[in-house]
Design a protein. Structure first.
Length: 94
């Protein structure tokens, strides 16, 4: 699976998983999900430094396609916001 898609859908799937989990596991799961998303953003940043553009494009049929593209600013902002979110979740554990 493409790293860009994983980074996009991991927090969405994680928020759904956190909603389903019992209350005592929610804080630990959020730290784990945010930490893994931050590590994925660092991998995406390394991939960006090699190729200067990250593109995912899937043609579903002749008239419908789905595309995601990340440039340097998007990758950097994703890494910074995920790092700050990870620190907030880690701090909330106490």
């Amino acid at each position: 699976m493409n790293l860009l898609l994983t980074l996009i859908f991991l927090p969405a799937a994680g928020s759904l998983a956190i909603y389903i989990l019992p209350k005592k596991y929610k804080a630990i799961a959020s730290v784990f999900i945010l930490g893994s998303a931050f590590l994925l953003s660092l991998l995406l940043m390394a991939a960006f430094l090699r190729s200067k553009e990250i593109l995912f494009s899937k043609y579903l049929n002749s008239w419908l396609s789905i595309s995601f593209m990340a440039d340097g600013l998007a990758v950097f902002m994703a890494a910074v916001s995920l790092f700050v979110g990870f620190l907030i979740a880690l701090y909330s554990l106490g």
